[in-house]
Write a protein that binds this ligand. Sequence first.
Ligand code: B12
Length: 497
Amino acid sequence: MDANNAVAGSPAGDKKSILLVHPLGYSAKSARHDISRIANIMPPLGLASISAYLTSRGLANDIIDCYAHPDSDELIVAYLLRERPAFIGFSCTTSSFFDGERLARLAKSTLPGVKVVFGGVHVSAMQEKVLEEYPVIDYVVVGEGEETLRELLATSAGQRDTVASVVLRGADGRPFFTGRRKELLDLDTLPFPDYAKLAGYPQAYTLPIFNYPKAPNASCLSSRGCPYACSYCDRSVFKRSFRYNSADYLYRHLSFLRKTYDIRHVNFYDDQFTFNRQRVADFCRMVMDAPLGMTFNCAARAEHLDFELLTLMKSAGCWMISLGIETGDEELLAAHRQNPDLVMMREKIALIKKAGIRVKGLLMMGLPGETEASIKKSQKYVYSLPIDDFNLAKFTPFPGSPVYRQIKEGGASMGTFHEDWEKMDCMQFQFIPKGMELARMEELFVDFYRAHFQRPRVMWSYVAMLWKSPDSWLRFLRHLPSFVRFTSTNKRIGKGK
Ligand code: B12
């Protein structure tokens, strides 16, 4: 990667307040062959949103995305020496936290006065513990970042304990939390994420192979939060609130992406895209009235879909809907989420197909209570569904999820848990349910995928992708050696929605 091109959109001579960094999460050397990364590189939308917000409030900033551009250490060092920003900020999940902390140490050794702030899901869950254990970190921003970070940057050092939603050290050196802010942002008042600050956007970012019809494609967020309380989900950032962009804002956002970057397909990463039915219906009608020449995918809960809405979505360009099925064992499902109704799930999947939209199932293996029998039951259920694709994640208890505490408190009665944050990426079993063995779980995991791909219907559906998503096939062939390496080692498999 050309180092000069990895920091995009920064006007020269602007005094920078903060450099925002999205860590890679593991070694740059393995990133080049990591098929789960190659297959799916998404922009750090949280950072891009913060960046646009800060800029709109007069605070100059830049983003370095190490996930899209591994080997960015030197770039960060060069940036710090050149721009001498007052702050450096890191956005981390649990698995990328240590890499962020390593980069924070590198930043302080390069520019000793720089203040280090962490935000994102992992630190929002861990709060004070982060400052207790990692002296290099000066501040943690809990939850929504835009306004909290703006206030932190704009407030003098001695006054920062007046900023809500921050963890910082008091005069005695002990970390304390200033408490969550009461006011959350009206999402329609936010500027669009600053995509121009992401070097190489949109070409450097790619949706999962076989998950889109056309390129260039993009990912997008149009709501924040989820009102449900599933045991495995980490909701430390937006809690159980649900805020959303209006249909009008959403239409303008997509129109901007189309006009500025010629984006042809968008993947909405909202937890519950259709939770507010009216705004989705309004948005679809707007697209039908004035087409944008784009298609889109979204994730939804089966309860929030009906045939009339699906028909509208199809007419507006909906290509695929991801549904959280989680497991095909109803008893296990009942222990972990509300409305564990697999019959309703099947009916809704049939409706989506009837509307002419593809369906992707999101599943997990290894939840507390999982047994070999429940895995087989789940496999049988999934294979009986007319879904087009699925993603099977290895269940991981994240610190902000309800099940994390249950597992910690339940100890051996729940299973064994190796809390190695770096490995908590849903691609490695860190929790082994009681009565199961790791080696057997790995076998069952591989079998779940292998048996699926060996089915003629599934094989044919991938052949059909030659004309449904030719760009996917090109990417697949370009990275064939990495795919072959993956299937022989089963180290990492495709991510998320
Ligand atoms: C899109 C997405 C992805 C994308 C891109 C991730 C990215 N870095 O942007 C892809 C597919 C690559 C991905 C990968 C993974 N993801 Co993911 N992903 C999401 C998803 C659906 C949306 C993220 C998003 O854009 N949110 C919207 C923005 C606006 O919110 P945000 O990112 O939280 O940012 C706000 C605040 O957190 C805060 N903030 C964030 N960063 C910073 C930094 C600073 C300095 C400050 C001050 C504030 C701040 O301010 C932001 C704006 O308000 C979330 C679920 C969710 N709804 O958030 C899961 C989620 C973040 N992912 C999760 C997981 C587990 C993963 C993977 C480990 C698993 C996997 N196998 O795919 C990998 C890890 C990759 C990595 N190296 O980090 C978990 C994280 C749990 C955890 N504790 O780690 C989540 C929460 C899903 C869940 N509920 O389980 N993911």
